[in-house]
Design a protein around this ligand. Structure first.
Ligand code: FAD
Length: 472
């Protein structure tokens, strides 16, 4: 019997329970639907759309051209497709984002009323959010007990499935749109530089996982905070689009052969997958997370409204090398190292006192791994307004952070080449360099590199005063 398989953020053949079970039943009709606009306002940003284009292209080829693309409202399109084809079964993998969950519930109800069988699976989280609760039945708010006592005490995550041994697709299926008609690629080719760094699609995800486990897992703990090293997995965009599942990563990392001394590296990496689970868990239990301060006292915070300084931050011309390098990495590669995301975030929210929504929106548009759960939870963490957040008074000093995590300056020199000739000692704070050193290094502050847009000490004190005002 034929089954309609609705692909969403699970653009893969391996470890795809909906696809696997459907393929066992008989012929399948694989479908992807791009919403016309997102109900909750979170339509994929520009960098995500570039990625999605290529990921759909890859999946389409892997399905032998059978993937049908549509744009519009799934609540209308799926019943229509079922009507046209006579299919009576629909399979999909669950999406835990609030607007999608609501839509899926309505669709499922509607279809079941029409006698259609709907079967759904978990394919994107190691543990479902309803499974992990405190002993009193309420959800965790703090990461460590969530992961240690909540997740790790659960049965082991589901072992990954192989790709279906054979996939037979429907020969007479409605045509749908071409990939070009989805218009995911921007008009101007700003993404060329980004394209060189990434290989969207399931094969690229598999290569990335294999090379990480072979070459970098064993030094993950020591390397992960150094943005100048290629020490992390860079699996985040692949995970976001579901080109591989967290289960595949979990088991590959767990079974990787490592010297005993590298157990902390393995553990640390798996704990980061735990942070991903935690963000999705928070979004599930607190659907307001992308919009509202988790701690309501931040509703009273005195945010500054200054479009000019926001633009300087976005464009990487704040005059603070570590911040500028991060913002330029983001623009040039569609990615930013986690340590630097925290530094640029703290600078925006604390030194510039801009609302975390502004940072969240810019990241949403420019990150290839933009993810509603991870992005919202992380911005609230940085702002100090989140569940289990960094306390507000913990204000990252971008100079000492740079000196600690980019001591040889490889990262700053790569993204701020105009500072490359500065000695390490002044690289993270060029404004402190003697005039003779600046001159020798070809750095003209205010001309070829900006003077710092704020005084770090003063703006820190102002941020703390603004925080003191909402503390009572
Ligand atoms: P690795 O270090 O190799 O970690 C492996 C995987 O674990 C990652 O791919 C990711 O899925 C998960 N992970 C790691 N760190 C975190 C974390 N702190 N929170 C949640 N999951 C984590 N991540 C996104 O995927 N999308 C976002 O939109 C996003 N926005 C962020 C915004 C801010 C302000 C900050 C501070 C962090 C944000 N992160 C986001 C989390 C983190 O920076 C990235 O997941 C990580 O840098 C991805 O690189 P990687 O794959 O090499 O990570």
């Amino acid at each position: 019997e034929a089954v309609l398989v609705w692909f969403r953020q699970d653009l893969r053949l391996n470890d795809n329970p909906a696809l696997y079970q459907a393929a066992k039943q008989g012929r399948i009709l694989p479908v992807y639907i791009l919403p016309a606009a997102q109900q909750d306002g979170w339509f994929p940003g520009a960098a995500s759309r570039w990625w999605l284009h290529h990921s759909l292209d890859s999946l389409g080829k892997r399905l032998g051209g059978a993937l049908r693309l549509f744009q519009g409202e799934a609540l209308e399109l799926i019943p229509e497709l079922l009507h046209q084809t006579g299919i009576k079964k629909v399979y999909w993998n669950r999406d835990f984002q609030p607007a999608q969950m609501q839509r899926d519930r309505r669709l499922q109800q509607h279809l079941e009323q029409q006698g259609i069988q709907v079967t759904t699976f978990n394919a994107s989280l190691l543990w479902e959010p309803t499974q992990v609760l405190k002993s009193d039945g309420s959800p965790y708010r703090v990461y460590t007990p969530f992961f240690r006592h909540g997740c790790l005490k659960q049965p082991e995550p589901r072992y990954p499935l192989p790709a279906p041994p054979s996939i037979k697709t429907m020969s007479s299926a409605p045509n749908g749109l071409s990939l070009q008609q989805l218009e995911l690629l921007p008009d101007s080719p700003w993404y060329r530089q980004i394209a060189r760094q990434w290989q969207p699609g399931e094969p690229g995800a598999g290569d990335r996982l294999a090379s990480f486990v072979e070459q970098r897992l064993a030094s993950y703990q020591r390397g992960r905070d150094h943005p100048g090293l290629d020490a992390t997995s860079r699996l985040s965009p692949h995970l976001h689009f579901g080109e591989l599942s967290p289960n595949q990563i979990w088991y590959v990392a767990r079974h990787a052969e490592l010297p005993r001394a590298c157990e902390p590296d393995r553990e640390r990496f798996m704990a980061e997958l735990g942070w991903r689970e935690f963000s999705h868990y928070l979004l599930y239990h607190w659907p307001e997370l992308p919009q509202s301060n988790f701690q309501p006292k931040f509703d009273r915070f005195d945010w500054s409204d200054d479009p000019e300084s926001l633009r300087a931050w976005q464009q990487g011309r704040t005059g603070i090398p570590m911040v500028d390098a991060g913002m330029r990495e983001l623009w040039q590669t569609g990615y930013m190292h986690n340590r630097v995301r925290m530094i640029v975030g703290s600078f925006l929210v604390k030194n510039l006192r801009q609302h975390w929504h502004r940072g969240q929106a810019w990241f949403w548009d420019t990150l290839v791994d933009a993810d509603l759960a991870n992005n919202s939870a992380s911005w609230q963490w940085v702002a100090g307004s989140g569940a289990d957040a960094a306390p507000y008074f913990r204000i990252f000093n971008p100079v000492t952070q740079g000196e600690k995590f980019d001591p040889k300056g490889g990262y700053v020199r790569r993204f701020c080449p105009e500072l490359a000739a500065l000695p390490d000692k002044y690289l993270h704070s060029p404004w402190q360099a003697p005039v003779s050193v600046l001159k020798k290094s070809g750095v003209q502050l205010g001309t070829n590199y900006p003077r710092p847009m704020v005084d770090l000490k003063l703006s820190r004190a102002e941020a703390l005063a603004a925080f003191a005002a909402i503390k009572q």
